[in-house]
Design a protein. Structure first.
Length: 699
């Protein structure tokens, strides 16, 4: 509306940026937008995998809403104006340069007289978790209302500072409308989820029941597995001309099982683990993956010569390049596929290590070895793209860390050498990593190559915005993947496709290295929250949200959701940050101490309650079992306290290893209570049925 704006920044993420705002004194609210369908030429590839196209700023949308958009609820209430003879309207836009780049955008927008909103932890918020909203405007607020009514309760804490609390029944899209005394209107768009633990529980149940494929007559070897699902028809996708979608490989086919596996690494469930062990033993190892650890591109295929009696759907077009025959489907030359298999093994390793009674078929060291060998196999010369960045390969770094912690020095050395050779190559390139697609979302381990790290962070900031809208805040630049993993196939800006969760890893890692750069956390946490919005009230997770204003709905396929969930699982946690204006801010938790206190206390509430980063102290605390229920720290950094509990409604762990990491040059901390001896480079803390307090002292 009157606080709407367009931001444009260089794809390098450095240098000046541009903002377009409504020109004051004109009738130009940013009420809506629409895609401009234009002809494509060889020189532009308009509306293609390399160029999505242009959009139109719309100040009055009622005509569109009454006809072309009649089946959807627009972002903002549609309006129209009728001019009587002699009346006039004036429209105008202002173009301003943010000389300081992306971090200077809010200040530049504010400098034009346009209201600015900053939400913490963002605009995807779970029930029962109050959020913060900071409104910056030269005019006072006259009213704030919620649509649906009562979905959000807004309470003013101080001038310009508010708490926003979802009701116990709120869910989905919620719009806050802020009216200012000068007549301007601002809308802030939220997405309310169930409580984070409930969201993950619903997801795990849906994946391992509705999406659980158990047809023992299947000739492709997909029994028993978690497969792609079509929510609109309520059925597993057993056939698709894009064979990988039904073939448990490529991002579009692994999305379901990858999400199911990664969910166990942060919130294990005994029944789900039992099924997923069966999947690994009967489908993943030996069918998707060959005996030498190679990974096939798909185990479903279209091949009448190989399966003459299989009832392929006759209404499908099986004549395009996407309908691989058996030989093409069984090819092992796509490195991206190896990451998903690796992550599945690693997730089960984490479960088996922390909750050994849950696993029945293999031991923790078997799963870790499988993960390691899959990475090494991916690096062989018969596998393509292995010199490029691979979506989700941040899990390779987790495996390297765990190999080191487990004392497997030979494997850790080999893995480090394989990864470092790629990083060294990228460090010599002007545009590092590369990919099979434009704007792809990859993960890299940097090995201290600071130039490449900086280049990567800046690039992500160039296209990952911070705006007061749940769909675009932290949303990565993705617009083609519904062609390869979605049900509604078209080029359009995808909301919270897997790029959000994966790109967030880069920014959150950078913030943990430089906690003074709050902007990294604001953009990164917006991205890592994205995968929560994809999960509906039944537990179904969609590939992405369709952003065209005539659609505005989640895609019917689960598709390639899984890599985004992997990003959330590896990146999310509870982050405490010191903001120069707003004071101590908490992402993924609730601040319970008063301002200016000698200590700070936080209750964790995010989807991952095993990771805490205390920005003012540059300390990262993680655990492999149970949850970190709350933590506190002395403002002078002299001490830290953690409260560990068992996972509510989940399995019981006998102990939890707590790892304490600090950035270079920061003070070190050791566990002073309870009295334990270090193991696996961490502190094994005995757990009971009640809460356990862990005290850390500055060394």
């Amino acid at each position: 509306m009157h606080a709407g704006y367009i931001r444009a920044s260089p794809i390098s993420g450095t240098g000046a940026a541009l903002v377009v705002t409504p020109l004051n004194g004109t009738d130009t609210p940013f009420e809506g937008y629409r895609n401009l369908a234009e002809q494509s030429f060889a020189s532009t590839y308009y509306g293609s995998q390399t160029f999505e196209g242009f959009y139109e700023w719309q100040a009055l949308t009622k005509a569109w809403a009454e006809k072309e958009w009649a089946s959807v609820t627009p972002w903002n209430p549609p309006s129209s104006r009728t001019l009587a003879p002699g009346q006039s309207m004036q429209f105008g836009l202002r173009f301003s340069v943010a000389k300081g780049g992306v971090r200077d955008l809010d200040a530049t927008v504010s400098g034009t007289g346009t209201p600015v909103a900053v939400g913490v932890p963002g605009y995807i918020i779970p029930r029962g978790s109050p959020a913060q909203l900071f409104l910056q405007s030269s005019s006072s607020v006259s009213s704030i209302s919620s649509d649906p009514s009562g979905a959000l309760t807004v309470k003013e804490v101080s001038t310009g500072s508010y708490t926003v609390t979802p009701s116990s029944t709120a869910w989905g899209r919620v719009r806050l409308t802020v009216n200012y005394a000068n007549g301007k209107t601002q809308t802030v768009h939220y997405h309310v989820t169930k409580a984070s633990t409930d969201v993950l529980s619903n997801l795990g149940t849906f994946l391992t029941t509705k999406q659980w494929f158990s047809d023992t007559s299947d000739p492709f070897g997909r029994t028993y597995s978690v497969m792609t699902y079509d929510y609109e028809v309520g059925a597993i996708v057993t056939q698709d001309p894009r064979v990988w979608i039904a073939g448990l490989s490529d991002e579009g086919g692994t999305g379901a099982y990858l999400a199911a596996m990664m969910k166990q690494s942060i919130q294990p469930n005994a029944d789900e683990v039992a099924k997923l062990e069966m999947f690994i033993d009967k489908v993943l190892w030996g069918t998707i993956q060959t005996s030498d650890y190679a990974v096939r591109k798909s185990i479903f295929y279209y091949d009448k010569s190989a399966l003459p009696s299989y009832p392929y759907q006759t209404t499908f077009d099986w004549g395009s390049w996407t309908s691989w025959n058996k030989a093409s489907a069984y090819a092992i030359d796509r490195a991206y596929n190896y990451v998903h298999v690796t992550a599945a093994y690693w997730s089960m390793y984490r479960v088996a290590r922390a909750y050994p009674s849950l696993v029945k078929i293999h031991t923790w060291d078997w799963y870790l070895a499988q993960a390691y060998n899959t990475i090494i196999r991916a690096m062989k010369t018969d596998v393509g793209y292995n010199r490029d960045g691979l979506m989700g390969e941040t899990v390779f770094g987790e495996i390297l860390t765990d190999l080191t912690r487990e004392g497997k020095a030979t494997e850790a050395s080999a893995l480090s050498a394989a990864m470092k050779s790629r990083a060294a190559q990228w460090d010599s390139e002007a545009v590092p990593y590369g990919s099979e697609m434009a704007w792809d979302s990859t993960g890299q381990e940097y090995f201290g190559y600071t130039s490449t790290m900086t280049k990567t962070v800046n690039s992500v900031l160039g296209y990952m915005p911070t705006v007061p809208h749940w769909g675009w805040n932290g949303n990565a630049r993705r617009y083609w993947d519904n062609l390869y993993g979605g049900k509604l196939q078209r080029i359009e800006r995808q909301i919270h496709h897997y790029g959000s969760g994966l790109n967030a890893l880069v920014l959150l890692s950078a913030f943990r290295s430089n906690a003074s750069d709050w902007y990294l956390l604001q953009a990164g946490y917006g991205g890592t929250s994205g995968p929560l919005s994809n999960i509906n009230q039944d537990g179904f997770a969609s590939a992405s949200f369709h952003s065209w204003p005539n659609t505005l709905k989640w895609d019917g396929y689960s598709g390639d959701y899984g890599p985004g969930f992997l990003g959330m699982a590896l990146g999310s946690g509870t982050y405490a940050a010191q903001h120069p204006t707003f004071g101590v801010l908490v992402y993924g938790g609730t601040l319970t101490s008063s301002a200016g206190a000698s200590s700070v206390t936080v209750t964790t509430q995010g989807p991952v309650r095993r990771k805490v980063f205390i920005g003012p102290l540059n300390v990262l605390l993680t655990t492999d079992a149970g949850v970190i229920d709350s933590f506190s720290y002395a403002s002078d950094g002299s001490s830290i306290s953690l409260t560990l509990t068992q996972l509510a409604g989940g399995p019981t762990a006998s102990s939890a290893v707590v790892w304490v990491e600090t950035t270079s040059g920061s003070a070190k901390y050791t566990v002073s209570s309870p009295a334990v001896t270090q193991s696996r480079q961490g502190w094994p803390i005995p757990l009971s049925s009640s809460a356990v307090t862990v005290q850390l002292k500055r060394a």
